[in-house]
Design a protein around this ligand. Structure first.
Ligand SMILES: NC(=O)c1ccc[n+]([C@@H]2O[C@H](COP(=O)([O-])OP(=O)(O)OC[C@H]3O[C@@H](n4cnc5c(N)ncnc54)[C@H](OP(=O)(O)O)[C@@H]3O)[C@@H](O)[C@H]2O)c1
Length: 326
């Protein structure tokens, strides 16, 4: 029997968005992606996250193919889009995900984004029915702020996880959401932990960042794909990356692995969900599992990133303004 309650023993999980959404991330070499997933399994990394929204189901299909013959080793998390939260749509979405993933049970089915027009009570009841029928092992949420989490708990939603954007460059969840999750014995699945590659140091200036990855509030609202309309803080973001790189050099580690290790040591974090597109990226990110930052290093990284945290504020939605979270 798989350990779903603990979401697997390893704190590192693999995000499969980029493996099946060419429009957002560019073409993916199938063999390199499958190789990355097999290398993860071989290293004891068992948690894989995807969504019907990633490439309109392409990412789920990719994961299903990559896990052929190894489904039993994996803990599979997928999502239901905000447009599909009414009971009948939720059931249809879940069944389509099961088919694409080539499995009989989804380990963790998550609400992708809240939809304030659909009564949460009915969604929670349908999740519970799917669990009784064995189609899902458990369920949870993504992108739920304090108000939605409160409603979720009131309606009897599972006290599992809230998947949120969390990284050294995006710490908006720390003030309100993390304390609430801890109070309710829930945890964070941290997404975009490298801020879509920025924390690997692969871009040396804001101008190098392609439009698809410059949609967050770190970047100017004038960027072609941005929807937030804010001024952004591009200079401060890149000055912070420079300072983080210096810290990593001084500690004798790669900035990406250091960033993942910092996250794994945050109190509410259960899984750090990193996107990888090749075995090489997997191997580099896996280094984080052998890093234990000491208290002084954690404190230094907190302080280096504090000015950016203050500039970005405690808003947890890094993409939208107005926020799609509450
Ligand atoms: N619930 C939600 O609303 C939500 C939102 C966003 C993401 N997610 C989940 O979280 C997962 C991870 O987030 P993310 O993919 O947005 O961002 P991320 O994990 O911060 O960045 C992943 C990207 O960074 C690059 N990268 C990773 N490791 C690298 C390395 N060692 N060296 C160089 N480049 C490296 C790769 O892209 P390139 O090789 O193309 O540079 C990779 O696709 C997603 O796959 C998805 O499952 C959930």
């Amino acid at each position: 029997m798989k350990r779903v309650e603990g979401l697997g023993a390893c704190p590192l999980g693999i995000g499969c968005w980029a493996l099946g959404d060419a429009k957002m991330w560019g073409d993916q070499d199938e063999k390199a992606g499958v190789d990355a997933i097999h290398a993860a399994l071989d290293a004891g990394i068992r948690f894989f996250d995807t969504a019907p929204a990633y490439g309109g189901g392409t990412s789920e299909e990719f994961l299903g193919r990559a896990l052929a013959g190894r489904h039993e080793e994996a803990v599979i998390a997928t999502k239901v889009s905000r447009a599909d939260l009414a009971p009948r749509d939720l059931r249809r979405s879940c069944e389509a995900s099961l088919r694409r993933l080539g499995t009989e049970t989804i380990d963790l089915l998550q609400v992708h984004w809240p939809n304030w027009e659909v009564p949460l009570e009915a969604t929670v009841e349908e999740f519970a029915r799917l669990r009784e029928e064995g189609k899902i092992r458990t369920f949870g949420v993504c992108n739920f702020g304090p108000k939605d989490l409160g409603d979720w708990l009131k309606e009897g939603g599972a006290q599992t996880t809230d998947q949120l954007s969390y990284s050294l460059l995006a710490r908006g969840i720390e003030k309100e959401i993390v304390p609430l999750l801890l109070e309710n014995a829930m945890g964070v699945i941290a997404y975009s932990p490298l801020l879509q590659g920025l924390l690997t140091g692969k871009f040396s200036s804001p101008e190098e960042v392609p439009p698809e990855r410059a949609r967050s509030r770190h970047f100017s609202g004038d960027r072609p794909m941005a929807r937030h309309g804010e001024g952004g803080c591009e200079e401060l973001t890149f000055a912070t990356i420079d300072r983080l790189r210096k810290c990593a050099d001084a500690y004798g580690m790669e900035m990406g692995a250091m960033s993942l290790a910092w996250l794994m040591q945050q109190p509410a974090v259960r899984i750090v969900l990193v996107g990888v597109r090749s075995r090489q990226q997997l191997e580099r990110n896996r280094e984080a599992l052998s890093i234990r930052l000491d208290e002084e290093q954690i404190h230094e990284l907190d302080e280096v990133t504090r000015p950016l945290l203050e500039a970005m504020g405690s808003e947890a939605d890094i993409w939208g303004s107005p926020s799609r979270m509450r």
